[in-house]
Write a protein that binds this ligand. Sequence first.
Ligand code: NAD
Length: 346
Amino acid sequence: MSAQVRGNTNSSVGSSKYIAPMRVGVLGFGGLGQAAARMLVAKQEMLWVAAADLKGYAYSGEGLNLDTCLAAYQSQGSLGYLEPGGILTSRSIQELIAQASSVDGYFLALPNLPNTFIASVAQMFIKSGWRGVLVDAIKRTSAVEQLLVLKEELAEAGITYLTGCGATPGLLTAGAAIAAQSYAEVHQVKITFGVGIANWEAYRATIREDIAHLPGYSVERARAMTDAEVEALLDQTNGVLTLENMEHADDVMLELAGICSRDCVTVGGVVDTRNPKKPLSTNVQVTGRTFEGKISTHTFTLGDETSMAANVCGPAFGYLKAGVALQRRGIYGLFTAAEIMPQFVK
Ligand code: NAD
């Protein structure tokens, strides 16, 4: 995948010196955005300074306060109501980028509704002149392909963009890339996920985007559904969505990483929207042939106690840290979760 190297800004400092935390923003403050902010509270290496939702944004160079942000969002529906510092606006992302120039990187916890939305946000960053790291947890193959089209523009803008960095695509795709190393030839990558959430309203975009994969539905149809229509659909299935042969970017990411052709990758899963217990254990099975001619399968299974939020936001920040390291070395452009190793954020 193309990336450009410009100069070599060596930012490493001696271990005895204070290393300023990475200044991080979260775009989208729904289920994943809030979980991301919660996760950042415990991190020393990252400071949460910026956040935006549909109706407003908040920025503080000293760091945002989780409790007051959650209170503003949950009681009034937007971070724009935060006192002091919240701004109500229908152009929250553009205005935040313009105001918060010192942010090192953003996690895009935004709905990709329509399916072109995240690519349009990438273009906003390119146009703004901001330089830094962007990480998304985008899911569809066609959505990642739109970002691939932007790779040269991202590189020229000095942006290091890591795409597909959630759970699937993300953690499981990266697991498959590692598992593939035992084989001379990879025959199949089969991702099966189980998600349990207590109520669908905590993750509206995630559930709408999952509904879009059901037979007879599309992204546009799922986007246009009212909350009452989503509830009526979930009532018919007792809150459970069973998804097969999904259009998931794990396939294009593994193909681009040179591991296997996209046709060898399948993704499906079960989402229970009325029970936080996972309906099945999330896993990726990687089948291949070793150099000795043996056919075998590696299986990487996530712990059942780990939530969707833990398995999406953890990798997203791990990739953001890796992206900051690339950015500081002058490496810009577009990368996927299958070609970069995430770094552990302390
Ligand atoms: P959500 O519906 O709970 O929240 C969306 C947030 O985005 C809200 O705060 C909303 O105000 C904000 N928003 C919407 N439009 C906006 C705009 N134009 N400008 C600024 N903010 C805007 O969403 P969620 O369930 O947390 O899902 C977020 C994304 O994460 C979805 O695209 C979902 O598919 C993805 N996801 C990925 C994985 C993975 O493993 N890769 C897993 C789960 C979810």
